[in-house]
Design a protein around this ligand. Structure first.
Ligand code: HPA
Ligand code: ZN
Length: 346
């Protein structure tokens, strides 16, 4: 028995090193969800914002989420400390440092414009800060990136259209648009008009669907919003015909394992449908969603599923390859990422 830890250690180290070396692509990451408690309190002090929690310990206690809404309530309150371009820079830079440590080569980050403009913070301020950090991360680590603003589905389609008009000023500085926030009772089809417009304007489209909402919302996002990827999508398994269609069309699903456990979408990691999704031939990718709130960044998510499902290197490589294929990077960058992946996987 005494020898067991020693005997296991080299293999674990090697697996961890393999995971770290895999050139990873992150496709489902809310930048506001990377706000660590320490930075939240530092920014609150810097900006004279009063948070509803007296200290970091109390904030961490509020992380006992029972569902998506209980998380969103905390997440939106935390975002109130972000006021100036420098705050958004610091937020995104902290994420990029983690991304570099995790071996992320390309990341497509979500931002919720309405969360900020509703507080009188202009989108120019938000984007100036984010783009500054992303440009610096590209210079320092070669990490390429894109920004995907998301419409808040608990607000109206008219408000989404106003948000889109505001975003349109930024032209191709955004690669596409998404739909997030409270999914229950907020079907994607309500936003068909703004999605038709943005697609006509040449943008890519994604939407959260099938996280807490039913499989029917996944179908609706495909058929009415014509999305290129589904964010989450785990509940698609409740509709066998839909699963067959998603697999046949190779529609990417941006799955977020630690998020699903923390928000009660699944009871525990071993009950996560990831393996079933892979077995069904679905184009699954691994992502971190809101890592500051859900207990882990991208590397932690890969490690968690590797452990829960005893995934071998081929399976991990397939997940990484799926993310490259599903990204909105241009062909040259995708080819570069694929070469980098092959150099690790052999
Ligand atoms: N689901 C919906 N909206 C969100 C999420 C999520 O997981 N994270 C941040 N906004
Ligand atoms: Zn999300």
């Amino acid at each position: 028995m005494a020898e067991q830890p020693t005997a296991h250690e080299p293999a674990a180290t090697t697996d961890a090193a393999f995971l770290r070396a895999l050139p990873k692509v992150e496709l489902h990451l809310h930048i506001e969800g990377t706000l660590e408690p320490e930075l939240m309190f530092a920014l609150a002090q810097r900006n004279g914002v009063t948070l509803p929690w007296p200290d970091i310990a109390a904030l961490r206690q509020a992380y006992a989420f029972v569902d998506l809404q209980s998380f969103l309530d905390v997440y939106y309150q935390g975002a109130a400390v972000l006021r100036h371009a420098r705050d958004f820079y610091d937020l995104a830079w902290a994420y990029c440092e983690r991304a570099a440590a995790d071996g992320i080569a390309h990341t497509e980050i979500f931002v919720d414009p309405q969360t900020h403009t509703a507080r009188g913070v202009s989108l120019d301020v938000v984007i100036d800060g984010l783009e500054g950090a992303l440009a610096d991360a590209r210079s320092r680590w070669g990490i390429t990136s894109a920004i995907i603003p998301c419409f808040l589905r608990h607000l109206s389609p008219e408000q989404a259209a106003q948000c889109y008009a505001d975003c349109r000023r930024f032209g191709d500085r955004f690669v596409g648009f998404g739909l997030d926030s409270s999914e229950r009772d907020h079907p994607p089809g309500a936003f068909a008009e703004v999605f038709a417009q943005l697609r006509a304007d040449g943008y890519r489209a994604v939407a959260h669907a099938g996280e807490e909402g039913p499989a029917a919302y996944v179908r609706e996002a495909l058929e009415q919003l014509h999305v290129d990827r589904i964010d989450h999508g785990v509940r698609c398994l409740e509709d066998a015909a839909l699963v067959r269609e998603l697999a046949a069309r190779a529609v990417p699903l941006t799955v977020c394992p630690l998020s699903n456990v923390r928000l009660g979408v699944v009871d525990r990691m071993s009950a996560h449908p990831l393996q079933r999704m892979l077995d069904a031939g679905l184009h699954v990718t691994i992502n971190s969603d809101d890592p500051a709130y859900f207990g882990g960044y991208l590397g932690d998510n890969y490690a968690a599923v590797r452990e829960a499902f005893a995934l071998d290197r081929d399976s991990l490589s397939r997940l990484a390859a799926n993310a490259i294929a599903a990204s909105f990077a241009d062909g040259a960058r995708k080819a570069e990422l694929t070469r980098a992946l092959t150099s690790v996987t052999g």
